[in-house]
Design a protein around this ligand. Structure first.
Ligand code: TXE
Length: 485
């Protein structure tokens, strides 16, 4: 099979990087190189920013409805190419093809459709000072913005940033993760097909230090929307703050899953399997710390481990596969190191714990058994640090105060899930949890209008709905005297 060579999307064209250098693209399910990624650098970033700056006046001047129609056209093209995109996503990331078909790619289309239709409805405020003055607020597109995304939900998170930026009239220079660049490249071709004007969106491929850093530092980039690891987010913030750039940071999580004795146990177990292991546990919203009220602890554990047996690890292309490969070899070794740490910290292994072997074409893939530990203190490193893999801990609790303390004990505050039939407790606890997103008797239920993001070290700012549209704009207040001076 010929190498799948990815190109940059620069000023409406698919082009090679200025250096002519490429990086290998590895298929995690096989461990084999199957393509090449441009190793772009500051020269490519500067060309992309220049193209975006040139496109900006015409793009921001277009009626919002027209911009929205173009975004909807891209959404339609994503739908029309669903199978091709899902296959590319699965191959590039290692996730089950079945998951990419129902989650990643449909959501990417929804992102464009949602913000495309939101653009014409984006209204601003007016404040009247009776008899004195009328203030109205204009929200101008902030200009050329940078969008940097991770490898776990590649097209899903990439488009979640790009669509609102384009909707409000910004031009974009975007960098997908170098670990999963394929669907961003395929999106470039769909944008050309949709008739997106040259320079409005530019997609530059490369490493974080080589290409992402140049994007963050470029003086032409006025705002940066980033999703990725907390350590990278901290570095980005340190770079961008002295340059006074707007920053939206969606970072890691160590999310608690609180299961009370009065819950619907069948639903709690079923969904907790998903919230623990979906996408190989590589979703920032996965609930990796399961706290179960003592009266049902053993029952929950037994049923959870029983259902875990159905969590088939296998070839992502196989319809029976529930868990595919981890995204990279380095990530696999990181997660394996955490499994060793959990043993060292005195945890009892209840399931998994080893690299999984999948015979045939996937013999060298980066597979890991779904892994469960119990008997670890809530404040040990295994229970405090983001593992970002199919590894969870089970911990019993006796009181609401105790579980709240344990749930809130980490440096993170992205999401939390509560399982209870007690309405009062659900509301009381939701308010007390230090999490940007709380789910009650559900998980990963998303309404794109709602604010999305984390507290504490899980991030700064919120994405989603109006929050995203506001982020990519600069508010200007106009005050008109009603008295004539
Ligand atoms: O992410 P990075 P990594 C967590 C998870 C994982 C850890 C590290 O715990 O193990 O982060 O993953 C770009 N300037 N999450 O190292 O490095 C990079 O090229 C500008 C949580 O793979 O944060 C990529 O496009 N950009 C998470 C993006 O940042 C830079 C999802 C994310 O990569 C850069 C992924 C730099 N100096 C990992 N350095 C979530 N919250 O969903 C890197 N990048």
């Amino acid at each position: 099979m010929p190498m799948f060579r990815i190109q940059n999307y620069l000023n409406g064209q698919l082009v090679a990087p200025a250096s002519g250098q490429y990086l290998p693209n590895i298929e995690p399910a096989t461990g084999q190189v199957y393509g090449e990624i441009p190793d772009s650098g500051p020269v490519d970033v500067a060309a992309a920013v220049a193209a975006a700056e040139a496109a900006l006046p015409a793009w921001r001047a277009r009626p919002a409805e027209e911009r929205g129609r173009l975004l909807e056209k891209i959404a339609d093209l994503i739908d029309a190419n669903l199978e091709r995109l899902a296959q590319a996503e699965s191959r590039d990331n290692g996730k089950p093809l079945a998951l990419a078909r129902v989650m990643d790619i449909p959501r990417a289309a929804s992102n464009f459709r949602f913000f495309g239709t939101a653009a014409p409805h984006f209204a601003t405020e007016a404040h009247v000072q009776e008899g004195l003055a009328l203030n109205y607020t204009v929200r101008h597109p902030v200009g050329v913005v940078g969008c940097i995304s991770p490898w776990n939900l590649p097209l899903y998170l990439f488009t979640w940033k790009i669509a609102p930026a384009l909707a409000v009239g910004c031009c974009v220079v975007a960098k997908p993760s170098e670990i999963t660049p394929a669907t961003a490249f395929l999106l470039s071709a769909l944008c050309i097909e949709a008739g997106l004007p040259a320079g409005v969106l530019n997609i530059i491929h490369g490493t974080g230090p080589g290409c992402g850093q140049a994007l963050v530092e470029h003086p032409g980039i006025k705002a940066i929307s980033f999703t990725g690891g907390t350590a990278t987010g901290r570095h980005l913030a340190a770079t961008a703050a002295p340059l006074f750039k707007k920053l939206s940071l969606e970072l890691g999580g160590k999310n608690p899953n609180l299961v009370f004795a009065d819950c619907d146990l069948a639903a709690a177990v079923r969904t907790s399997i998903r919230s623990s292991f979906a996408n190989q546990g590589q979703i920032c919203l996965c609930g990796s710390r399961l706290f179960v009220e003592r009266p049902i602890y053993e029952q929950f554990k037994t049923e959870f481990l029983r259902q875990l047996a159905d969590q088939t690890v296998g070839d992502p292309l196989d319809a029976a596969t529930k868990q595919g490969a981890l995204a990279s070899e380095a990530h696999l070794h990181k997660v394996l190191a955490y499994i060793k740490l959990a043993h060292d910290e005195g945890g009892t292994l209840l399931a998994g714990g080893h690299r999984a072997t999948v015979p045939g074409r996937c013999a060298d893939g980066y597979f890991l058994e779904p892994t469960v530990f119990e008997g670890l203190p809530y404040d040990c490193r295994t229970n405090q640090e983001e593992i970002f893999g199919p590894v969870v801990t089970l911990t019993p609790f006796d009181t609401e105060a105790e579980v709240l303390h344990m749930a809130n004990s980490t440096e993170y505050g992205l999401s939390a899930t509560i399982w209870t039939q007690n309405l009062t407790r659900a509301h009381r606890l939701s308010q007390a949890l230090h999490s940007g997103v709380v789910w009650v008797n559900t998980w990963l239920h998303r309404d794109l209008r709602t604010p999305f993001g984390g507290m504490k070290n899980s991030g700064v700012g919120r994405e989603g709905g109006l929050e995203a549209l506001r982020f990519f704009t600069e508010a200007q207040n106009v005050c008109i005297s009603l008295t004539g001076g």
